[in-house]
Ligand binder design. Structure first.
Ligand SMILES: [Zn+2]
Length: 294
């Protein structure tokens, strides 16, 4: 099936795949996302974005004769089991190693066992899940000797994050955007990279179908209605009406990003008094949440 680009140009399946690969590999080179000395982990949820990231980084490594990526997955709730089983099969088919860490083993509970507690504390499931998942990914990636963690963030996610942080008035979070995430480095932080930063969700779905990359398109069953979901729906509506707005948002953001990064470049990173992980204050967000949840 042909794919129609924003410019109106039609691409055959073969041409579309080389267009995506060129775009992703160019992002990697332009932003120096991967260097020869790097050991790359891909944070995999079993969804289309992260599976496609793993597939493309593997291809990039083979083409450039550099070490191949490995997959890191978090089992945050019981429903993830089936997806992880499929992810394992996918990794095996590529000959890639998969490392799985579970909330239950690391924190003593699965997220679905704490839903009532999370609600009573006034948090959203997505907030708690993202903090704990990010914490675990960083810690485990570092312990396994990875120098970078690649995530499946797309152009749609980037546009969404930009608007979301604007609506929340959070300029410091905004400064962390970009294909090479973050503003400051710390020996305990594993650099995060986003190779699919300029690929739209629509493009990723099309590519993963052609390449037969197994991927769940299902929405997380624990997802709660957050402002993020509202922003996503609004952006979808805008994109349908005015094609190209997501692209425009991301391009605009990349122009102001260097100034924002500069502004926040000297804010201090401390270490959590409890677990020793890097944190903006004396206690990291994961320890703060765990204290309330346990
Ligand atoms: Zn901590």
């Amino acid at each position: 099936m042909n794919y129609v680009l924003q410019s109106g140009k039609k691409l055959s399946e073969k041409k579309f795949c080389s267009y995506i690969e060129r775009k992703v590999f160019k992002t990697i080179r332009k932003y120096k996302l991967i260097e020869r000395k790097d050991k790359i982990a891909v944070a995999c949820s079993g969804g289309k974005d992260s599976n496609t990231t793993l597939f493309l980084l593997n291809k990039f490594a083979l083409q450039n004769n550099i070490p191949r990526p490995e997959a890191l997955a978090i089992e945050e709730a019981k429903f993830r089991k089936k997806l992880l089983f499929e992810l394992k099969r996918f990794c095996d088919s590529l000959g890639i190693e998969l490392h799985v860490f579970s909330f239950k083993k690391e924190f003593g509970f699965f997220l679905d066992q704490k839903l009532r507690k999370i609600k009573s504390l006034g948090f959203s499931n997505c907030y708690v899940c993202s903090i704990l998942k990010r914490y675990l990914l960083n810690k485990k990636a570092r312990e396994l000797g990875f120098t970078k963690v690649a995530t499946g963030h797309s152009l749609d996610d980037a546009a969404e994050n930009f608007l979301l942080n604007l609506l929340k008035g959070n300029a410091e979070l905004l400064a962390k955007e970009g294909p090479l995430a973050g503003v400051r480095s710390h020996p305990f932080f594993v650099q995060r990279i986003k190779p699919l930063y300029f690929c739209s969700t629509k493009e990723i779905i099309h590519y993963s179908k052609i390449k037969k990359i197994p991927a769940s398109l299902k929405v997380c069953p624990l997802r709660t209605l957050t402002i993020r979901v509202e922003v996503r729906k609004w952006l979808e509506k805008m994109e349908k009406k005015h094609q190209g707005v997501k692209n425009a948002i991301v391009n605009c953001m990349l122009k102001i990003l260097p100034f924002l990064k500069q502004t926040y470049s000297d804010s201090e990173i401390l270490e959590c008094k409890k677990c020793g992980e890097p944190s903006a204050s004396g206690q990291c967000k994961a320890c703060f949440l765990l204290e309330k949840l346990l």
